[in-house]
Design a protein around this ligand. Structure first.
Ligand code: PLP
Length: 408
C-alpha cells in the first residue's frame, strides 16, 4: 500500500529541522529529495566499481560500462521508448533541449522557418529556441493561454497554420501545474508537418509516461526531480531523427574514427554523449526508478491527485490567497502556485522558512508566463511521493503568521 509516512522514513533529510522546526519540504518541483536507496547506490558505485566506461580493458571498466547500459535500459522501459539507443544521457532537461535546439537546429532549421512554443514554458524550453532561431534566421511563435491557464487551442491551431518546423511544449507546467493534452497537440502538429518536443520535467516524477503512446518525437526530463541525483537527465528522440542530426558536443567518446583533419561519429547513443559520462549519477538514477516502480507509478499518480486536490481546497479557504491556474485538480499535477494579496512572494517564503517550510518564490523560470498574468512573482508549493496532507496543513497554518506579520 502507498503510505507516505512509511516512504518518509527512506528520506534522511526529512528528519532534519530548519529554524528549530521540523522541515516541511514543499519545493520538490525545483528538486526532489533523495531516498537512502539512491544515496547508497551512488556511494556503493564509487566504493566498488568506479572506472571510466568503454575505454578500460579491465573488470572495473566493464562493470561500469554495464551499469551505464543497465541505467539506459531502465529509462527506456520506464518511459516505454522503442529502443535503448534512443536514450541519451545528459545533465538535465535544460541540456537536453539545448542539444536538440542546437543539433537539430543547425541541421534542419533554415531562414524564415518557424518554431512554436507556448507562453507557459520554463525558460529552458524557450530561450534555447530563441537562440537557435537567432542563429538560423528563423522565428519563434508563442501560443497564448486561456483565462484558466490552459493552452489556447484556437491559438495553437492558428500558429500551426504557419507550418512550423518544430513545436516545443511542456507536458506539465512547472508554475500552473496544467497537464497539457500532449497526444492531441502532437497529432495536430504532425498533421501540420512539425516535429514535436515535449518537456517532461514535471510529468515523469508524477505520472506514468509512455512516449510511444504520446506520439511525440523528442521527450526530455531530469533525474533530480524524480528522486534521482543531480547531474543526470534524459533526451529521448526517435532513432531516425537522432541519427540524422549532427552532434552537439564533440571530442572523446562520441567518435568512430579520428584523422588529423576530420572525424567520423559513433553510432547512437555515443554520438551525443561526448566525454566521461556521469555513471554514478546514472546508477543513482536506476535506483530512483526502481524506487518509483516499487511504489507503482499508478499509485504515485493517485497520491499526486489527492495532494493537488487537498492543496487547492485548503488554499482556497485563505481569503488573501489567489491561486494561479485552473481550479480543477484533475487537470493539473505536482504543485500549486499562488499570490498572497499585498505581500511580496519573497516575504511570504521568508516567513514560511522561519516556520521550517520550504517553498519557492519568484517567477519559477517562467517570466513570460508571470508577465502574461500581470503577476511579478508567486509562491509555489510542490509535492512528491513523501509529501503528506500534514505538510499542506502546516503551510496553511504558517500563512496565518504572514497575516499577523503583515497585518493583512
Ligand atoms: N522544464 C520544466 C518544466 C521545469 O520545471 C524545469 C525545472 O524546474 C526545467 C525544464 C529545467 O530543468 P533542469 O534545471 O533540471 O534542467
Amino acid at each position: 500500500m502507498f503510505d507516505p509516512q512509511l516512504i518518509r522514513k527512506d528520506f534522511p533529510i526529512l528528519s532534519r529541522e530548519v529554524n528549530g522546526k521540523p522541515l516541511v519540504y514543499l519545493d520538490s518541483a525545483a528538486t526532489s529529495q533523495k531516498p537512502r536507496q539512491v544515496l547508497d547506490a551512488e556511494r556503493e558505485y564509487y566504493e566498488h566499481q568506479n572506472a571510466n566506461v568503454h575505454r578500460g580493458a579491465h573488470t572495473l571498466g566493464d562493470e561500469s560500462t554495464h551499469l551505464l547500459d543497465v541505467a539506459r535500459e531502465k529509462v527506456q522501459l520506464f518511459i516505454v521508448a522503442p529502443r535503448k539507443e534512443e536514450i541519451i544521457f545528459v545533465r538535465n532537461t535544460t541540456e537536453a533541449i539545448n542539444l536538440v535546439a542546437y543539433s537539430w537546429g543547425s541541421g534542419y532549421l533554415a531562414k524564415d522557418d518557424v518554431v512554436v512554443t507556448t507562453v507557459m514554458e520554463h525558460h529552458s524550453n524557450m530561450v534555447p529556441w530563441q537562440s537557435a532561431a537567432e542563429r538560423r534566421g528563423a522565428k519563434v511563435e508563442v501560443v497564448g493561454l486561456t483565462e484558466s491557464g490552459q493552452i489556447d487551442m484556437k491559438d495553437y491551431r492558428k500558429k500551426l497554420e504557419l507550418k512550423p518546423k518544430l513545436v516545443a511544449f511542456a507536458h506539465v507546467s512547472n508554475t500552473l501545474g496544467t497537464v497539457n493534452p500532449v497526444a492531441e497537440m502532437t497529432k495536430l502538429a504532425h498533421k501540420a508537418g512539425a516535429l514535436v518536443l515535449v518537456d517532461g520535467a514535471q510529468a515523469v516524477p508524477h505520472m506514468p509516461v509512455n512516449v510511444a503512446a504520446l506520439g511525440c518525437d523528442f521527450y526530455v526530463f531530469s533525474g533530480h526531480k524524480m528522486l534521482g541525483p543531480m547531474g543526470v537527465g534524459v533526451l529521448w528522440g526517435r532513432k531516425e531523427l537522432l541519427e540524422a542530426m549532427p552532434p552537439f558536443l564533440t571530442g572523446g567518446g562520441m567518435i568512430d574514427e579520428v584523422y588529423p583533419d576530420h572525424a567520423t561519429w559513433a553510432a547512437l547513443p555515443d554520438k551525443f554523449e561526448a566525454g566521461t559520462p556521469n555513471v554514478a549519477g546514472a546508477v543513482g538514477f536506476t535506483s530512483a526508478i526502481d524506487y518509483l516502480e516499487k511504489l507503482s507509478m499508478k499509485d504515485v499518480w493517485e497520491h499526486d491527485r489527492e495532494l493537488v486536490a487537498y492543496a487547492l481546497q485548503r488554499l482556497s479557504t485563505v481569503p488573501e490567497v489567489k491561486i494561479l491556474g485552473i481550479r480543477d485538480s484533475e487537470m493539473r499535477s505536482g504543485s500549486v502556485a499562488f499570490v498572497y494579496s499585498g505581500v511580496h512572494a519573497h516575504d511570504v517564503a521568508t516567513i514560511l522558512d522561519s516556520e521550517g517550510i520550504a517553498v519557492r518564490s519568484g517567477h519559477h523560470c517562467t517570466m513570460p508566463l508571470h508577465s502574461s498574468m500581470g503577476v511579478a512573482a508567486s509562491v509555489r508549493a510542490s509535492f512528491s511521493v513523501y509529501t503528506t496532507k500534514d505538510d499542506i496543513d502546516a503551510l496553511i497554518t504558517a500563512l496565518e503568521k504572514v497575516k499577523k506579520v503583515f497585518n493583512t
